[in-house]
Design a protein around this ligand. Sequence first.
Ligand code: 5RP
Length: 355
Amino acid sequence: MDWGLKNRLAQIIKPQNNRALMLAVDHGYFLGPTEKLENPKKVIAPLLKHCDSLMLTRGVQRTSVDANTDIPMVLRVSGGSSIIGDDLSQEDITVSIQDAIRLNASALAMSIFVGSKYEYQTIVNLGKLVSEAEQYGLPVLAVTAVGKELGKDARYLSLACRVAAEQGAHIVKTYYCDNFEKVVQSCPVPIIVAGGKKIPERDAMQLTYNAIKGGAVGVDMGRNIWQSEHPVPMIKAVKAIVHQNYNVDQAYKLYQKLISQEKKKPQGNKPQQKKGNNPNQKKGNNPNQKKGNNPNQKKGNKPQQKKGNKPQQKKGNKPQQKKGNPNQKKGNKPNNQNKSNKPNGNQPKPNNPKK
Ligand code: 5RP
């Protein structure tokens, strides 16, 4: 594997423990302003530092993420259909490799719709994207999207994940299911699990725990984090399962502790900054207006202080362990926990083929 590709993958799946916590905020690309993700900038800001990588579209990256971040971006490059259109499986590649590189993407993401009307188109697109991305050392994450008629059982998901891996995907994102181990065992590349629709927090923690125990490298979770009443405590609890081998009880206790700390924090000490979340709202924040907030206007003669120029601390310089099946863990198993307690809420809504 080329150095660049390996290095980008290591930004997403941490080599220290072969685990990954990806925060998904790409939902708007076919759902529009999904509940609680109406304002991506507001949602992303407090969560960003807690995830290993952020999965999003270029529009949200450019408008709603601070470019000074050192969190790697997993850029969705497929799209073309919306929830009110004819067929969600009719997707194409919508972002050029040049733009992905301009955006400093650490990986590209696209969906395949195995078994759907547009299966051929999406699988061929995956193969082509991998060929192109590999020229630049960019890894590709394939999302095995599920449709109305497509099941989410181990048989189907094993097929879809394997098809993605055979086309050269470097990571496959899929759903948790009964006999998930089977899906993992027959997929030669790392598997990351989507959170699915919002379920009670404890169940989402159980899903995370089960997915890791079943051999996933981690979760790519969206709604179960930012649709929670307490997104920051939630992401921290999920992170503790992914990276610190917390079991569900431990993670849930942490979640509750963080909520009570949140409540104790004195409110209103800081004036709430309402700036810049939506360029269409609030006069003074419109970059096209001639008042103070125009980045092109000269502000005094002070030289601009560069933010965040601290030298980056290298994390975990441990030598990489040799890996067999990239989905299998060595010694970092989550603490023993009842496996059978699987949340059922991870099923897609019948009318929402992708989620
Ligand atoms: C949509 C996606 C989403 O990123 C994915 O479903 C993860 O988000 P959630 O945890 O809300 O399911 O790829 O196709």
